[in-house]
Design a protein around this ligand. Structure first.
Ligand code: CUA
Length: 348
């Protein structure tokens, strides 16, 4: 009777574990792009392979140990009336075996781990695309010295060419992280840290500051836009034209709301913190570079989708949307916000 009740309990446990495995197995990272489990670059692939190796060994150990344990529990279960079992103490052979096997397994994990450490810390070659990354509370600045060009929050990279990141911070410690391309790397004021990756798939990938850096740390996101080499080149060529005014205005003087917005951009003081030129942009600006803000997918470092409505909301009430951000509420009216949106939308 006792045995049958126990058997049922085990059956319930096994069923529950089976269902749990089924549920976990159906969780797909496909709809959650901020994952390290779907690497889209060589660096992330190295880390993911290492994880796979470790998990495989852990699974093997788990199955073997639990298997032996369950076997012992069922096979040697005591029954009422059994005599006292034979007592043993110590077994040299068994102890040697269970010391040597884990040592070998650890070695099998250590070898690829050390190899991965050296691979990921390799210094990029001369043909890598150098990009300077600067963390700010709470947004990311990206500079391309090769093209004398600056942008913010959305980092365009060409597929197949190694990107060499040289990173620092303008204020506190942040951590640059794009899960599908590379690991986290802290950035510090007055100290350079480096990382590299090569994008192997096209797309727009989310990244997130990975180190608590103040109350809006959670709204310090960025995107990596990985493009085919020819598309990336076209983007660079286009950005090179954003040296003065947006192209539409360079050809003919701005009209209506756009012209009004341009005046307001100066009158309201936006221009003190934001540059609207990509080429030869001034360094050390307080706010993100806006040369191509009209074309970005998000504004306010991943906080809002880049729609006209959201941009107007943001301009009118940055403190309400992202409290503590350096951009003050400037008392912009709805009509003024519309004009500023028209002006900024032309910057793409
Ligand atoms: Cu920057 Cu957290």
């Amino acid at each position: 009777m006792l045995l049958r009740t126990d058997g049922r309990r085990y059956f319930r446990w096994v069923t529950a574990l089976f269902l749990l495995a089924l549920v976990l197995g159906s969780c797909s990272p496909e709809n959650h792009p901020q994952t390290t489990l779907l690497p889209r670059g060589d660096y992330a692939k190295i880390a993911d392979d290492l994880l796979d190796t470790t998990v495989r060994w852990a699974l093997l150990v788990f199955v073997l140990v639990e298997g032996v344990l369950l076997y012992a529990i069922f096979r040697f279960r005591g029954k009422p009336g059994d005599p006292e079992p034979h007592q043993t103490h110590g077994n040299t052979i068994v102890e040697v075996v269970w010391t040597v096997i884990p040592a070998l397994i650890l070695a099998a994990i250590a070898v690829p781990t050390v190899r991965a450490i050296f691979q990921t810390n390799a210094i990029p070659g001369k043909d890598a695309l150098t990009i300077e990354v600067v963390g700010h509370q709470w947004w990311w600045e990206f500079r391309y010295p090769e093209y004398n060009m600056t942008t913010a929050n959305e980092l365009h990279v060409p597929m197949g060419r190694m990107v060499s990141l040289r990173m620092g911070s303008n204020d506190v410690i942040h951590s640059f992280w794009v899960p599908q391309f590379a690991s986290k790397r802290d950035v510090f004021p007055n100290r350079e840290t480096r990382m590299w990756f090569t994008a192997q798939a096209e797309g727009n990938y989310p990244g997130q500051c990975g180190e608590f850096c103040g109350i809006q740390h959670g709204r310090m996101a960025h995107r990596i836009v990985a493009q085919k080499p020819e598309d990336f080149q076209a983007w660079v060529t286009h950005m090179q034209t954003l040296a003065a005014k947006p192209p539409a205005q360079a050809a003919a003087p701005a009209q209506g709301a756009q012209a009004e917005g341009e005046k307001l951009f100066t009158a309201k003081g936006c221009i003190a913190c934001h540059s609207v030129v990509a080429v030869n942009a001034p360094k050390g600006m307080v706010g993100p570079n806006l040369a191509n803000v009209g074309a970005r997918t998000y504004i306010a470092a991943g906080t809002l989708k880049n729609t006209d409505e959201n941009l107007a909301r943001w301009i009118r009430d940055p403190q309400g949307i992202k409290k503590g951000v350096l951009m003050p509420n400037l008392g912009v009216t709805e009509a003024e916000a519309q004009a500023l949106v028209a002006y900024l939308r032309a910057h793409k």
